[in-house]
Design a protein around this ligand. Structure first.
Ligand code: NAD
Ligand code: TDX
Length: 365
């Protein structure tokens, strides 16, 4: 039985991971530590809130004393570290929070783990798993081979630079102090509970409201899309089979240009409105409610500064050493994600206007 501390467990991937872990490892205990920034929402954990195995603590990963206390109190043996500032556009407008949370916050987590696990020796075995990104490897040309774990780091945005710094700190704590760390660098996730500022959920919510679909630059930038359920399975494999000190790339094997991705979502919306009359009543401002093409909302807008052209992940190492393989195709995943947003309007409305947060704070103080 494991006792896990999951940082950022009220965010998009962290919450999906909490759902995954509770379903796959029902005997384990989980503590979620999350500051509930704009990106963290207890609504993401609503379906599992009553589970006795789950404890939620609102707090900041930079509070090293708090992290140490949690590690001792719950005899945590496994940290899965998701907490971060994660949106590239926000990092361009305000990099400070990215340095504070992603660099200083990760260092605070490492310091606490070193004190409690290596000095106080509270548990016989431990694992610090750090969740990182393929963006640390920089940008690929159209014919370049995909990123491997040996690709040199070349981060281009304040976000990816802060993640790169955190990866180096994790590596250093393994080599210098012997902390049993693993790191995974994954590609662009999508799926349920994805905050509607990132491309896919933003496009879904906008097209349902008849709002423009902004595509940066020429829209030919390529991302390697990974359904969040595959990412969770990948991290699970790293925890079960990964070796301390190692890094694993986790990808979806689904490269796609942004413009193609948006056109696919538009086609899914058009088909859904054609099949279901009720959708026109639920979302009367959507072009598809009037029988018009959702793609009419596409607008090519000013490019993101320093916009990376292409990401692609080579996950041969994870396949070989962990038995990892992405199971969800991009077509299946986009269809399921679109359906999830249709069925969970309460969720995206609540997280966008913060009303769920207010409700939970007044009811569960
Ligand atoms: P997210 O922005 O949805 O969630 C981040 C969570 O961290 C939120 O719940 C937030 O409240 C919490 N948080 C932020 N600052 C905190 C602090 N100082 N203390 C405690 N909690 C804090 O992010 P996500 O998309 O779920 O990403 C999770 C991790 O995965 C991040 O480390 C990110 O860099 C990495 N990643 C994400 C993607 C992706 O496509 N979303 C891809 C590769 C890697
Ligand atoms: O409105 C938009 N229009 C647009 O063209 C937005 C929000 C994005 N884009 C483009 C920029 C990217 O090429 O779409 C692509 C995807 O953008 P994001 O959803 O912002 O993701 P990205 O910048 O690729 O970073 C994501 O994947 C790697 C996550 O946000 C990171 O946390 C992760 O590390």
């Amino acid at each position: 039985m494991r006792s896990l501390l999951i940082t950022g467990g009220a965010g998009f991937i962290g919450a999906n991971f909490v759902h995954h872990w509770l379903a796959q490892h029902p005997d384990d205990r989980l503590v979620v530590l999350d500051a509930l920034t704009y990106a963290g929402n207890l609504a993401n954990l609503e379906a599992v809130r009553a589970r006795p195995a789950l404890r939620f603590v609102r707090g900041d990963i930079r509070d090293t004393g708090l992290v140490e206390r949690l590690l001792r109190e719950a005899r945590i043996d496994t940290i899965v570290h998701f907490a971060a500032e994660s949106h590239v556009d926000r990092s361009i407008h305000g990099p400070d929070a990215f340095i504070e949370t992603n660099v200083q916050g990760t260092h605070s987590m490492l310091k606490a783990a070193r004190t409690v696990w290596l000095e106080e020796r509270t548990v016989p075995r431990h694992r610090f798993h750090h969740v990182s990104t393929d963006e640390v490897y920089g940008s690929l040309g159209p014919k370049d081979p995909a990123f491997t774990e040996c690709t040199p780091y070349a981060p281009n945005s304040p976000y990816s630079a802060s993640k790169a710094a955190s990866d180096h700190l994790v590596r250093a704590y393994h080599h210098t102090y012997g902390l049993a760390t693993t790191t995974s660098n994954c590609s662009n996730n999508y799926g349920p509970y994805h905050f509607p500022e990132k491309l896919i959920p933003l496009a879904i919510v906008n097209l349902l409201h008849g709002r423009e679909l902004p595509i940066y630059g020429d829209g030919r930038n390529v991302r390697d899309w990974l359904h969040v359920s595959d990412h969770c399975r990948g991290i699970d494999r790293v925890l079960e089979r990964g070796a301390p000190g190692e890094v694993y790339n986790i990808g979806g094997g689904a490269e796609c240009q942004n413009v193609t991705l948006i056109e696919t979502l538009c086609a899914l919306a058009d088909a859904a409105f054609e099949q279901r009359n009720d959708l026109a009543r639920q979302f009367p401002d959507a072009p598809a409610a009037r029988g018009e093409k959702s793609a009419s909302l596409i607008r090519f807008v000013k490019d993101r500064p320093g916009h990376d052209r292409r990401y692609a992940i080579d996950c041969a190492k994870a396949e070989r050493e962990l038995g990892y393989r992405a199971e969800v195709t991009l077509e299946q995943g986009l269809r399921a994600t679109f359906q999830w947003y249709l069925a969970n309007e309460w969720w995206w409305r609540a997280v966008m206007d913060g009303s769920y947060q207010h409700w939970i704070e007044t009811h569960y103080r």
